[in-house]
Design a protein around this ligand. Structure first.
Ligand code: NAD
Length: 447
């Protein structure tokens, strides 16, 4: 059936214009043909969880590292393999329905935009993009083309995060004044600008790895694989890494939009690696779930978070390694990251909230917790696949993910101006401080 006939036939059943564009092409066999860009490390997990859906056919695998590509190919021998995502998309064209982007952050937007321009549904890892302008462009294109999209924040679909959202929205701590969130994670290369260069391994296409980013010499153990995340040209630091997961629940629960002001307390920038310790304070306009003024504070780096009375737990208990504390008018809600129940603290004591949880479980259809990563993990991916097949809706589409990512990236940019308050104009998508606007974007290299 060609596309024109399909549209004609489905018009009898439904208004085709209401269907996401990426659903149109699935008429043939009700199965989803996926192409995966970046199949090592997290890309390997993405491939496993997407392909665990019974209606998925993995038709293409792309990676700039031939060793990692070969490993994935062993699991999906019928998929075609590529090192350049542009060639993959051009060659396979209509043979692909959905694209999964699991590369380092700087390649998220260039690869996703190309796929979306071709009308493909896209599942893209977090943070959605490396630059603010890219996040806005991704959102616009997904909307214009009416595409199914999902950002890779799989814990968004986990029980405890959904529960915390529902509890906060039910008013368990009243209106929320502040959220404090933290992660001491410190992975990736964190040293000085490396001197000299190393020969590029035969198994790596370094030019394709760099993609649209500026030309740079290869150095072992600095960039690929997995070492790039604390380097400004490729990653977004710990805030753009763990912060996306940990900020997701407060962002969603409190129905936040982008902030008005941002300040990052950190060391002076060195133009290469992100500061090792950041305390980022955001002020947001109030929402129906917050007080008129709402503040969000992020702590990362060794020893994070700094001691604060709002983070004190009953009986001098230690804070979980990573998490978020909601501070409301009637108490505090602690949400450890992750797969642990949120805890209510009122007047310095934990409160029993079994009844509140039971009520929320019943009224929302949330069900009971399954604290098993292998069974919870795939849900977010399967939701995307089902949405592509017209059977579900994505909970972290680019319309949501782009605003969350923009917020995160504004804090990353504030790290270029230590201790200075930056003022963000949502309408104009510009800072009042002209010197900060140069970091909203970066030129793309032809590669
Ligand atoms: N959602 C999560 O829980 C989670 C966890 C870890 C990482 N991530 C995200 O996943 C992404 C990848 O992180 P990682 O730790 O796996 O990084 P990595 O560097 O270890 O792996 C990236 C993979 O992409 C490949 N690659 C790089 N550039 C490519 C290109 N241009 N075309 C095709 N393949 C390319 C690499 O060879 C490698 O296989 C990041 O955006 C990261 O933030 C998400």
């Amino acid at each position: 059936m060609n596309r024109r006939n399909f549209l004609k036939d489905t018009a009898v059943l439904t208004s085709a214009s209401l269907l996401p564009a990426s659903v149109w092409s699935l008429a043939k066999n009700d199965r989803l043909r996926t192409a995966h860009i970046g199949v090592g490390n997290m890309g390997g997990e993405d491939l496993r969880d997407i392909s665990s859906h019974e209606l998925v056919d993995v038709v293409a695998l792309c990676d700039v590292d031939s060793n990692l590509l070969a490993k994935a190919h062993k699991l999906h021998p019928s998929a075609k393999t590529f090192s350049d995502y542009r060639k993959m998309l051009e060659e396979l064209g209509d043979g692909i329905d959905a694209v999964i982007v699991s590369t380092p952050d700087h390649t998220h937007a260039p690869a996703s935009m190309k796929a979306m321009e071709m009308g493909k549904a896209v599942y893209c890892q977090k943070p959605l993009t490396h630059h603010v302008t890219e996040a806005r462009a991704m959102r616009k294109l997904a909307e214009e083309k009416n595409l199914v999209t999902q950002m890779g924040i799989q814990v968004h679909s986990f029980y405890d995060y959904k529960l915390a959202t529902l509890l906060i929205q039910s008013g368990i701590i009243g209106k929320v004044k502040t959220v404090r969130a933290w992660s001491p994670k410190n992975w990736g290369y964190d040293g000085p600008v490396p001197e000299g260069s190393d020969p590029v391994p035969d198994t790596l296409d370094w030019n394709l790895w760099l993609g649209t980013s500026a030309q740079r010499d290869y150095k072992e153990k600095v960039y690929h694989p997995g070492n790039w995340r604390k380097l400004m040209d490729y990653g977004c630091g710990t805030l753009g890494d763990m912060g996306v997961h940990i900020f997701d629940t407060p962002y969603n629960a409190l129905a936040l939009d982008v902030p008005k002001t941002i300040k990052n307390k950190c060391r002076k920038p060195n133009g290469f690696g992100f500061p090792e310790n950041n305390i980022v304070t955001y002020q947001f306009p109030g929402t129906q779930y917050t007080t008129e003024k709402f503040k969000w504070v992020w702590y990362d780096g060794e020893g994070a978070p700094k001691k604060h009375k709002e983070l004190r737990l009953p009986d001098k208990e230690a804070l979980p390694d990573q998490g978020a504390m909601f501070i409301g008018e009637k108490g505090r809600l602690l949400l450890p990251h992750f797969m642990q129940l949120p805890k209510l603290i009122v007047k310095g004591k934990y409160q029993n909230i079994d009844a509140e949880i039971a009520a929320v479980e019943q009224s929302s259809g949330l069900g009971k917790p399954i604290r098993n990563y292998s069974s919870e993990g795939p849900k977010h991916y399967h939701q995307f696949v089902d949405a592509c097949l017209g059977k579900d809706t994505c909970s972290a589409p680019f319309s949501y993910a782009s605003r969350l990512t923009e917020t995160i990236l504004l804090g990353v940019i504030a790290g270029r101006f230590p201790n200075k308050t930056l003022h963000w104009d949502n309408e104009k998508a510009r800072f009042a401080e002209e010197e900060a606007n140069q970091f909203l974007d970066a030129p793309y290299r032809d590669f």
